[in-house]
Write a protein that binds this ligand. Sequence first.
Ligand SMILES: Cc1ncc(COP(=O)(O)O)c(C=O)c1O
Length: 377
Amino acid sequence: MTRYYVSGPSITQKEIDYVTDAVSCCWYEKANVYHERFEKAFAAYTGRKFAMALPSCTSGIHLALCALGVGPGDEVIVPEITWIASAAPASYVGAETVFADIDEKTWCISAESFSQCISNRTKAVIPVDIYGNMPEMDRLREIARKHHIAVIEDAAQAIGAEYQDQRAGSFGDVSVFSFHGSKTLTTGEGGMLLTDDAGLFARIQILRDHGRLPGDRMFFNSEVAYKYKMSSMQAALGLAQLERVEELVRHKRQIFAWYEAHLQDVPDITLNFEAPKTKNTYWMVTVILGPSYGITKEQLMELLSESNIDSRPFFHPLSSIPAYSSSKQAKLARERNKVSYRLSPRGINLPSGFYLTEDMVAFICKALSSTLAGARA
Ligand SMILES: Cc1ncc(COP(=O)(O)O)c(C=O)c1O
């Protein structure tokens, strides 16, 4: 390997066998065999009543907002620090996006900031289990319940994470996962939606199938809706990965432990945090530089790249990027969200793929620490 990529999946013979079986046999009356197995196993894993395999996590958030009746005139609260996919579906349904600040330690949405962002137009909040960590779900859910705000848990990055002994994916009125190629559990592209609400699930089943009512064999659509489905090859891949999920999560935690050990003598840096009674699954090992370093994340990424080490920027605050920066809410957010604006310019994600061995992590840490030694202000 000449380059250390930021992510990379773990594919074994099991995945190859399941996908081969799906592509060879799962057509006609067997077309949904792997979907059913994957959804059932995923619902059991997260402790939810209903699961739906989807082409992406983004489609899951979109469906959730539609089914919850969120639309023009409503506000949806999202954390500043996340991938745009957490927020974009609010615009698809015509709602306004409100950006809440993050917690200093977990980097997930702050409960205080969420409270401050609530107005009488708030319909939903989308807490994100960022980089495999968990927000303070009990406080967030209590605030949401008090104000009749729906919770859509964006667990895209957090398969296997736990908060107070409960798994990621079990906290939202609707929870969603991503299986994009970079994720801990991958189907190449894909997602899963989970809920315990039978009514909501029934509505989502219609919305994701061009408005067809359950059991419709006459292609007689009841409304104009969406086509959000996963292929059986992807479902087969997902099932194989899910059957290995404990091993996958253990490996991610091992990668983080190697980084922690090899970076322990580097001063004034912060790595991902794991609160008591929380299990962080470290989707992306992340380092934030303290004030003693006179270097930006962009400069650090550039320098690491010279040693063949890929990295990614800590997410830019959503209110700072061109997609949102001119909105009224973005202007308010830029004044309010001090933690996001302080941490974001100083953070990067380090290589976190399954291909990593301890020797590779040691090499990356050595390159990082010598780069940082030359960058102290
Ligand atoms: C936090 C978060 N939410 C949503 C998504 C969207 O997932 P997908 O690409 O499967 O739509 C991602 C993807 O990276 C993500 O990281």
